[in-house]
Ligand binder design. Structure first.
Ligand code: UDP
Length: 475
């Protein structure tokens, strides 16, 4: 039997959102929460996914579930345990759903048997947490195969798929064929975009709910520019002149803490000076994020000497359900070594410590806030929380017009989007345009901030879930 991990969920009072969303909007949320409390009294909303840290799903669950608890609704979070082979298979499946063959391996009967065996191992511990009448949200392909057993236990099953592409190729179809046998018992499918759902899925059970960010998480909390500089100097991303400054941040629970760990950085010479404009991408080391493409475009076309590029991702090995991280990082490092010396001097690859998730979040917060431009040059993207995070921080964004990024940014209004994610020239042209025209960059960033507040905060997100639960109840 697998050792399912039960993640500690702390309660946060959602009223803390009021200064950001205003009293009127909060009152609407409070009314929805009251309906939710009545509907779910004596029941639990159980979330099941495959990692407690790293990536957008974990990031979102930490915040959202805290507000759900704070609103007086019982919610829990279980993380399944898997073998390395299981995660190799599910990563392959994940890549397929993004139109990519991933590691090129099969998704056939052996892989299906392994997938089912790992999930079956998790079932006994999972069912200890499920009561008849509960609502169980299974997140992503890793957990889809649990739907039938959870349904048999008398729960309502929601499958929340965070990944997908607007136009499927044969790889994506293969990935979906792998998942198809597990989806029939599901009561509701939740996607970030309607286009991500395959044609054959029962669209009467389909619901579209885009993700959100938490303005008070260590990732997004207000941070003064000088504090961001101290954090980045401490971890080594900015040149601190050999000093070890005292750098602090606020944890999710409101307590203050000190940055204690350093980033692992690949660079020649010193870190960028404090006044150097930084172009930054923060992503898992994942082929779909195309860190190497950002680097190639920057090296070739962004020639202003003073501008530096920082590619930052988690320390590899830190994200349990992402076994390709080390390989993709090493590919990036190899590509970096091939660059001409004057490019290498301005390009920095940073691995951010993940041991303490609030600390890692604070480092990302500082980096995004200090950046002149935040990029997300993904080849495909379910949503792209990093985009909403940058918009929230009033940073101009240059990103690919793929998946959920297109729902966040209207190009030329809230940031700049590149239609073809492989077009390095167009990507770099957008970077250069914003580097050259600070007023335009600021205008986009201001509009982006407003959009993040209007569309991508937790009250909207939880309100949509409450609507869904009410619909499920009445059907
Ligand atoms: N992230 C992080 N540290 C890293 C890389 C990413 O904290 O080194 C966070 C990032 O800030 C965002 C999340 O992980 O909150 C990634 O979510 P996104 O939706 O952008 O992509 P996903 O990883 O889910 O594909």
């Amino acid at each position: 039997m697998a050792a399912l991990q039960r993640v500690d969920v702390q309660a946060l009072d959602p009223a803390r959102l009021t200064p950001v969303i205003g009293a009127e909007r909060y009152a609407k949320f409070e009314a929805i929460a009251a309906t939710g409390r009545a509907l779910l009294d004596g029941r639990t909303v159980l979330n099941v996914n495959s990692t407690a840290a790293g990536g957008g799903v974990a990031e979102m669950l930490i915040s959202l579930l805290a507000y759900v608890r704070g609103a007086g609704i019982d919610t829990q979070w279980d993380v399944i345990e898997g073998t390395p082979e299981f995660f190799e298979i599910t990563k392959r499946l994940h890549n397929h759903l993004y139109n990519s063959p991933g590691d090129g391996g099969p998704l056939a009967s052996h892989e299906r048997a392994q997938y089912e065996a790992t999930l079956a191992d998790n079932v006994p511990a999972l069912l200890e947490d499920v009561r008849s009448g509960d609502i169980v949200l299974l997140h992503d392909p890793q957990t889809a195969g649990l739907a039938a057993r959870v349904k048999e236990a008398g729960a309502t099953v929601v499958w929340r798929c965070h990944v997908g592409v607007d136009y499927m190729n044969e790889q994506a179809e293969l990935g979906w064929e792998f998942l198809r046998p597990y989806l029939d018992p599901v009561d509701a499918f939740v996607f970030s975009r309607a286009q991500f759902a395959p044609q054959w899925l029962d669209h009467t059970r389909l619901h579209v709910i885009p993700p959100s960010i938490d303005p008070f998480a260590a990732k997004n909390e207000p941070m003064a520019p000088e504090d961001a500089v101290l954090v980045l100097q401490y971890v080594g991303i900015l040149d601190g002149g050999g000093e070890q400054p005292l750098a602090t941040f606020t944890r999710r629970d409101g307590s203050r803490a000190r940055i204690n760990r350093h980033a692992d950085i690949l660079q020649t010479g010193p870190a960028p000076p404090v006044d150097a404009p930084l172009v930054t991408q923060v992503s898992r080391w994942d082929r779909m994020k195309d860190m190497a493409g950002v680097m190639a475009a920057f090296s070739e076309y962004v020639t202003a000497e003073e501008v530096h590029l920082v590619l930052a991702g988690p320390n590899v090995g830190a994200v349990t359900d992402d076994p390709e991280g080390a390989m993709i990082l090493h590919q990036c490092m190899d590509a970096w070594r091939q660059l001409p010396p004057n490019s290498r001097h301005r390009i920095h690859l940073a691995c951010i410590p993940m041991t303490d998730s609030d600390e890692g979040s604070a480092i990302v917060n500082a980096l995004q806030r200090h950046s002149a431009i935040v990029t997300q040059k993904s080849i495909a993207e379910g949503f792209g929380l990093t985009v909403a995070e940058a918009m929230w921080k009033t940073r101009p964004v240059v990103a690919s017009a793929v998946g959920g990024i297109s729902d966040q940014i209207v190009s030329g209004v809230h940031g700049l989007l590149i239609d073809d994610p492989h077009d390095l020239g167009a990507f770099a042209e957008a970077l250069n345009r914003l580097l050259d025209d600070g007023a335009y960059a600021e205008q986009l960033a201001d509009a982006g901030r407003q959009r993040a507040v209007d569309e991508f905060l937790g009250d909207r997100h939880l309100g949509q879930y409450a609507d869904l639960f009410m619909q499920l109840e009445s059907s």
